[in-house]
Every structure is written in structure tokens, then in C-alpha cells.
Design a protein around this ligand. Structure first.
Ligand code: DGL
Length: 274
């Protein structure tokens, strides 16, 4: 590529997608670490949740999202959804002519760095847990660590509803995680976009001696590294952030702030029907 093409590519936005609003927890860390980078975020609110669906269906939906963002000229795609990262990353990477990064590797690395040898509990959607993706990466990078995996599907609607503390989420967390203290693990990896919102409640249930790891920051660092290695980093200027969703943009806008940590601005509706 000539230098004009390369500098145009550096100016392009980073694409980020998730099944819904949850991936904004990843976008938040990306914007904090890379303030000069423009982003375009797509939440597939017409089809959320992905975490209770089959691999085939998740991959079909994910490819629609990925192709839509690629057609907008992004320079890099971040798959913020753990379920898609677990089930469909190779299919997306094969379909797109740009670098594609998921959240599993960085999250697993962050948890492996935190455990003090007592083992790791991976919390995720039923699809993420069933895929064995986190378990496989942890077996490679921390072969001696004991790994337990738990599906906590009710955490997703609780986080969306804003029920992140108090009696109801505490009871749900107790039901899912009440016995983790006896499971011989010392680290809990939040392997789902929504779970960071419930981190305080989860910590209360699993006890203060357990480290809680959120892969979002590690994913942002992996994105920064990839931009550097591919010579795609934007050097400065004002970043632009666009937000798209596939259904009910008003609801998306209302709950987005909780995930992003600030107002999301305008949310455009897009139709991914092939
Ligand atoms: N974004 C999904 C994940 O991180 C959670 C929500 C869903 O099930 O679609 O796995």
C-alpha cells in the first residue's frame, strides 16, 4: 500500500459490535485508552440475546454485523461480544479483509495473570461456556490452573434493567455462584459484556479474597498493540464516535449510558436484512 493509502487507512474508524448494548463496556475502555481513534459501534438489538442460541445462528447473525461494519470502511473490527468471540471468530476473520480481534484471548490472559495459583472461574453465557473457548485458551496459557465455568444468563437482563445491586441480583448471584468459595478458585473472570455492571454484587457473593477480572481493559490494550503492529494507529485529531443498532434505538440510548459511563449521543437504526 502507498503512503497516501496507509494514512487514509489510519484515519478510518475502529468497528466494534455486540449483540446489544453490553459491548459498550469494551468501547468505554477503548475510548479511554485510545482517545484519538474514531469508532463505530453496532448493537444488534433486533436479535439479542445471542448467548442462548446455537453456534450456527450466532455465526449467521455475527456475519451480518461484521459485514455491515466492514462496508463502512473500518480499519479493524473488535468483536466485543464474548458469545460471538467464542463461537464465530474464525468465520468472521475469514470473511473480512481487515484485522479482527475478539475478547477471549485478552480476557483469559488477564485472568491468568491475576490468579495466585488457586484457579479461575469463568462466568459467561450458556453459549460461551458450552463452546469451551475460555477453557481452551486457559489450558494453553495456564496449564496448571484449575478452571471452572459457570453460565449466568439472568445477569444479562438484570444489567439491562439496571438491577445491578440489592436483593434480586444478590439472590441470583447466590444461586449461580454461592458455592464458588468451595470450588477451589481464587479468580473470577467476567466473560460476558454485561457482567462488569454486576461486579460489586458478584464480589459480595464470592467474597473479598476472590479477584474479579474484567477482560475489557485487556482487550483495549490488545487493540492498541494490534494498531501499532499493523501501523494503523491514528496520530491525533478529534475522534468521532457513531452508534448504530438494529431495533428500538430509544431504548438503546436510554440504557447505553450505564454501560458506556457517559451519554451515547444519537443512535442510528440500521437494517441488516440480507
Ligand atoms: N454480549 C453477550 C456476551 O458477551 C451477552 C448478551 C447476549 O447473550 O447476547 O456474551
Amino acid at each position: 500500500m502507498d503512503s497516501t493509502g496507509r494514512s487514509a487507512q489510519r484515519e478510518a474508524a475502529i468497528g466494534v459490535f455486540d449483540s446489544g448494548v453490553g459491548g459498550l463496556t469494551v468501547l468505554r475502555e477503548l475510548i479511554a485508552l485510545l482517545p484519538s481513534e474514531s469508532t463505530v459501534y453496532l448493537g444488534d438489538t433486533a436479535r439479542v440475546p445471542y448467548g442462548t442460541r446455537s453456534r450456527e445462528v450466532v455465526t449467521r447473525y455475527a456475519l451480518l454485523c461484521a459485514r455491515h461494519l466492514a462496508a463502512r470502511g473500518i480499519k479493524l473490527l473488535v468483536v466485543a461480544c464474548n458469545t460471538v468471540s467464542a463461537d464465530s471468530l474464525p468465520a468472521i476473520a475469514e470473511a473480512l479483509p481487515i484485522p479482527v480481534l475478539g475478547v477471549i484471548e485478552a480476557g483469559a490472559q488477564a485472568a491468568a495473570a491475576r490468579t495466585r495459583g488457586g484457579g479461575i472461574a469463568v462466568l459467561g453465557t450458556p453459549a460461551t461456556v458450552a463452546s469451551g473457548a475460555y477453557q481452551a485458551v486457559l489450558a494453553r496459557i495456564a496449564p496448571l490452573a484449575k478452571v471452572a465455568a459457570r453460565a449466568c444468563p439472568l445477569f444479562v437482563p438484570l444489567a439491562e434493567e439496571g438491577w445491578i445491586d440489592g436483593e434480586v441480583p444478590r439472590l441470583v448471584a447466590q444461586r449461580y455462584l454461592g458455592d464458588l468459595r468451595r470450588a477451589g478458585v481464587d479468580t473470577v473472570l467476567l466473560g460476558c459484556t454485561h457482567y462488569p455492571l454486576l461486579a460489586a454484587t458478584i464480589a459480595e457473593v464470592v467474597g473479598p479474597e476472590m479477584a474479579i477480572v474484567d477482560g475489557a481493559q485487556a482487550t483495549a490494550r490488545a487493540v492498541a498493540h494490534l494498531l501499532e503492529v499493523r501501523d494503523l494507529r491514528r496520530s491525533g485529531g478529534v475522534a468521532e464516535h457513531r452508534t448504530l443498532c438494529t431495533d428500538v434505538p430509544d431504548r438503546f440510548q436510554k440504557i447505553a449510558e450505564r454501560f458506556l459511563g457517559r451519554p451515547v449521543g444519537a443512535v442510528d437504526l440500521v437494517d441488516l436484512t440480507p
